[in-house]
Design a protein around this ligand. Sequence first.
Ligand code: OOG
Ligand code: MG
Length: 265
Amino acid sequence: MTSTTLADSDVAALGAVVYGAQTTATPIAKPTNEHPAMTVDDGYLVQNAVRATYLADGHRLVGWKAGLTSKAKMIQMGVDKPTVGFLTEQMAVPEATAVDTTQLVHPRVEGEVAFVLKSDLPTSGCTIDDVVAATAYLLPAIEIIDSRYEAFKFDLQSVIADNSSSSRFVVGTNAQRIDVIDRTNLGLAMVKNGETMTTGSSAAVMGDPAAAVAMVATVVGSLGARLTAGMVVLSGGITEAFAVQPGDHVSARFQQLGVVDVSFA
Ligand code: OOG
Ligand code: MG
């Protein structure tokens, strides 16, 4: 953490506010309103505090994610740098069940390539080759994001504090070995209630979703944590996210990785 402005007491207080907003699905003002000098590193200190609170409450860390790794996402959200967030077992939704939207503020969905690790990644200077060597297989995934900030509007520092809008995620069952598919150009169609909402290619994610995983490994290393064997890593939304409501059914239809479905109640 090189550039921070928040006092320890501010970090703890903001962590408690964000945790409360996440666990009660209550929108809050973004922390930069009150702390305009807040930096990206401050955002990660708050995210660390939120993660520590989940773990103290018995939640289990199962992975990490990249956020804002595609131009479509950066333009949609008005930020210019990728971020990371943590994933817990309690955020994982089995494919066949419906997500309870009463637990969420204003959910949106996006299609992503998920990496499942078979060995630990370096905590600094992680490369694409490191990621390829450490990946057991890839899975198709849908991330359900839910900013806790009013109107889904934020800046980079604030979204990092809010765990990069993480709320739920679903992975499909069609595991593919990383060396047998072209992960750098997988077509994706996002379908809601039978209508194609967005289309794209995994090329949109930093040219190679493995580059996003390498970025996550290095940033997570700077937070004092590590991507380890067995973890799932979401590499970031390929296209812009769209809103969902109770009754909606969403499919992410991937070239080579197959289909993953989720519905909302
Ligand atoms: C931030 C989270 C971004 C992704 O895949 O880009 C993210 C947001 O858009 O609210 O998960
Ligand atoms: Mg995402």
